[in-house]
Design a protein around this ligand. Structure first.
Ligand code: TNX
Length: 593
């Protein structure tokens, strides 16, 4: 069951943050950091794992599973110390080549110069941008060698790539720099785990031979970070983007505003951040992104072929905005700042014109610094804005978004509002029978699937997980993995599914290590659902492929949960260790409804 409203919509009790919520706001979250025990254990293992004999990597050992794999055990390639990365003159392709070199230099210690050539020739590492994809409907000619290998290398599309490994080198080809970038992420996984080391390691840098052709099942594959309940600085967000890019996730949804803090500077309404940004769950200092910070995040993401999706949650989840601008509140009275974890009590006045000035100014400014096509308007849990007041607000806000030139996304509660061109609903239900959403899809909406009981990465893994919630159930890795976005919601055909997203709400998540602990190893499960063809889906294969990633994360200093259902390689003494004992979990600070 989703979180309950702070006060019953039926009783219409006062909306301000009253004393009834204070005890939750006072919860001492610092006492709830026992994830650190498991996290430090992961770090401790790092050195030992670096000494462990490298597990051989097979061509298919990639997450998300590639579409087509043709291993050739006679064609393994060993990277020589004097290798260069060769690439054509396209600036975006050159940048991918540079990023490949940046990835490989620390662990190999090789210089790996990037050499730009008019036409790509051979060599140990070659990135080739193929001719532009032919116009829609014109099939790309299939070339003989792939057909001979039984591989369909037809249109690679905007994100696909092929990767050829022969004894003389690795060639990644794609129609776009994005395809090349995804190919580079695959190559990274095909090298020994020690490639993740930040300092040189003596290793043979062997890539398994063969041919791989790969492209995504769904165009939208994302993760959400809630930076409102707890604020995370730019450096943390950049590191999250790195994690997305590894698994070919191409959207970062930032939940920028909520009751506990407003995190994005808006020049025309400055107090949103100076006043509304100074709080967070548990009473910490909060924080916010300046325009320059946000641009930096967007630029960093773009270089990794990740699109930032900003969310301004409206009309509910707005207590922080109301503390700064009481004129937006239904009673024009500023509520006290809110540092608890309940939902559904706050809203901007849908009957006031001033509210729409605010919405237009905020969405206009955010749109102006967002190069991606999407604006997310929230719309969830506005329990106190009912019926026509709610749908009228959403419809007007949808028009404001259209006026910015962006396409609107909203949580699935906006389904009853009228259709707007291209609109996308983010579905977080826990029951695939949702006729209201199916009807909105019939009227033209598309869906991003974030089923609460499979994709909500703020849910605990198990009863003893030291942080997280359980209102949508416990989500172990298998639960995160075993569902099909193409058939999940009754009456919603696969072609109405834009993709998948794994949200991380942060009421109980306060540090980067905790973000990583909740993301890994479940984020790759969601990534695979978004990228890989259904024919590759299988828990047995997935858990085996995923197992090798623990060593990669440990080597890179990334925290993760040693989920007991994954056969992580034996540790340094060669013995399997039982799952780390975790301290008694605290009572979750979020109501379970
Ligand atoms: C529900 S799902 C919320 C969030 C909470 C989350 C906690 C949705 C759109 N809203 O406000 O943070 O549950 O799991």
């Amino acid at each position: 069951m989703p979180p309950t409203p702070a006060t019953s919509p039926e009783t219409g009790a006062a909306a301000s943050a009253g004393a009834d919520r204070e005890p939750l706001g006072q919860v001492d979250l610092s006492a709830h950091r026992p994830a650190a025990a498991e996290l430090s254990r992961a770090a401790e293992l790092t050195a030992g794992e670096l000494l462990a004999p490298p597990a051989p990597v097979r061509l298919g050992d990639v997450v998300p599973a590639p579409e087509q794999v043709r291993p050739d055990p006679t064609a393994d390639f060993a990277l020589p110390a004097d290798a260069a990365v060769r690439v054509g003159p396209d600036p975006d392709a050159r940048d991918v080549a540079e990023q490949l070199a940046e990835l490989l230099r620390p662990a190999t210690g090789y210089p790996l110069p990037v050499v730009v050539e008019a036409t790509a020739t051979g060599g140990p590492l070659v990135l080739t941008l193929a001719a532009a994809t032919p116009p829609a409907g014109v099939p790309r000619p299939r070339t003989a060698p792939e057909d001979a290998a039984g591989v369909d290398a037809g249109e690679l599309g905007v994100e696909g790539y092929r990767l050829d490994v022969t004894p003389t080198g690795v060639r990644i080809s794609a129609d776009t720099a994005t395809g090349l970038f995804h190919g580079v992420q695959t190559l990274r996984q095909l090298l020994p785990a020690a490639v993740e080391s930040p300092s040189p390691v003596a290793a043979r840098w062997v890539v398994p031979g063969g041919l791989l052709v790969d492209r995504p099942r769904f165009p939208y594959r994302g993760a959400m970070l809630d930076v409102s309940r707890h604020f995370f600085g730019v450096a943390d967000v950049l590191r999250v983007i790195d994690h997305l890019a590894r698994y070919k996730l191409n959207h970062l949804h930032l939940h920028l505003t909520d009751d506990q803090g407003w995190r994005i500077a808006v020049d025309s309404w400055p107090a949103l951040t100076t006043v509304g940004g100074a709080t967070e769950v548990g009473g910490g200092p909060g924080g916010f992104y300046t325009g320059a910070d946000y641009r930096r995040i967007v630029r960093y993401a773009a270089r990794r072929h990740v699109t930032v999706v900003p969310e301004i949650d409206l009309p509910g989840h707005t207590n922080a905005a109301l503390t700064a601008y009481p004129e937006l509140a239904p009673d024009r009275v500023a509520p006290p700042p809110y540092t608890g974890t309940e939902v559904g009590f706050s809203y901007v006045d849908p009957a006031s014109e001033r509210t729409y000035d605010f919405v237009a100014d905020v969405l206009g400014e955010v749109a102006a610094i967002t190069p991606g096509p999407w604006l997310h308007i929230g719309g969830d849990e506005a329990f106190k804005v009912k019926g026509a007041a709610y749908t009228g607000f959403v419809e007007r806000t949808q028009r404001i978004v259209a006026g910015t030139g962006k396409t609107v996304i909203g949580w699935h509660q906006i389904a009853p509002a009228g259709h707007a061109e291209g609109r996308v609903l983010q579905w977080w239900g826990t029951d695939g029978a949702d006729p209201v959403v199916a009807e909105a899809v019939r009227r033209g909406a598309r869906l991003i699937l974030s089923p609460g009981n499979h994709a909500y990465l703020d849910m605990k893994y198990a009863p003893d997980t030291p942080i997280g919630h359980d209102w949508a159930g416990l989500i172990d890795v298998r639960r995160a993995y075993d569902w099909d976005p193409g058939t999940h919601v009754a009456g919603v055909p696969a072609d109405a599914v834009l993709g998948v997203e794994a949200p991380l709400w942060t009421e109980s998540v306060t540090t980067l290590a905790e973000i990583e602990f909740m993301f890994l190893p479940r984020l790759p499960a969601i990534a695979e659902l978004g990228w890989s063809p259904r024919t590759t889906h299988g828990w047995a294969g997935f858990r085996e492929r995923l197992a090798g990633h623990g060593q990669r994360w440990a080597t890179a200093g990334i925290a993760f949960h040693r989920a007991p259902e994954i056969p992580w390689p034996a540790e340094r003494d060669g013995a399997d260790t039982p799952p780390t004992a975790l301290p008694t979990p605290p009572a979750t600070p979020t109501p379970t409804g």
